[in-house]
Ligand binder design. Structure first.
Ligand code: MC0
Length: 140
């Protein structure tokens, strides 16, 4: 169903401070950064060496946003596990057939014009699972 781990998403209060921490502590640098108004986040992708694996730092845009609520409740830390899929419509249909709830009826826009949806954490063992169908011209 899933072809690889796309990224692990980490909630942070301050994106710039988190980027500094990852740079200074782990020599990890930003390969992509954007603001996603619909998701209420500023986000930065950081590469793990040349592996193609990434972590995604997620900072809240507003106090009402999903990430702000997560920080209030759980504090900073891992917020989501994102898998790459080739065809998000087909994978979503399969998951629904298997009784899992997806958060959106139709995929929405994610990082670098990917198409995304989420499995409710209550249906996935307490893990917020993101499905990512990368844009045709994207490396991740
Ligand atoms: C909430 N829960 C989680 C969780 N968030 N469990 C694991 N991981 C998380 N991240 C649990 C809570 O502990 C609670 O359990 C129950 O789910 C309901 O949580 P809530 O605090 O009432 O929160 P809700 O219902 O307001 O929101 C949860 C929900 C939300 C998953 C629906 O976070 C959401 O819509 N997430 C999808 C969008 C998102 O995460 N966007 C930001 C990343 P108990 O046992 O206490 O009832 S944007 C992104 O990722 C994009 C840019 C990209 O990658 O391309």
């Amino acid at each position: 169903l899933f072809t690889e781990i796309n990224h692990v998403g980490i909630a942070v209060a301050d994106l710039d401070a988190a980027k500094e921490f990852y740079k200074n502590s782990f020599d990890m640098s930003v390969v992509h950064e954007e603001t996603n108004e619909e998701q209420g986040v500023r986000e930065a992708m950081l590469a793990v060496g040349d592996s193609g694996s990434c972590i995604q730092l997620l900072a809240p845009l507003t106090p009402e946003s999903t990430i702000a609520k997560f920080l209030d409740k759980s504090g900073p830390g891992i917020q989501q596990m994102a898998y790459t899929v080739e065809d998000i419509d087909a994978v979503s249909a399969t998951l629904r057939e298997r009784g899992l709830r997806l958060l959106y009826d139709e995929p929405r826009r994610g990082t670098a014009n990917s198409r995304i949806n989420f499995i409710h954490p209550k249906d996935a063992g307490g893990v917020l699972v993101e499905l990512v169908e990368p844009a045709a011209d994207a490396s991740h």
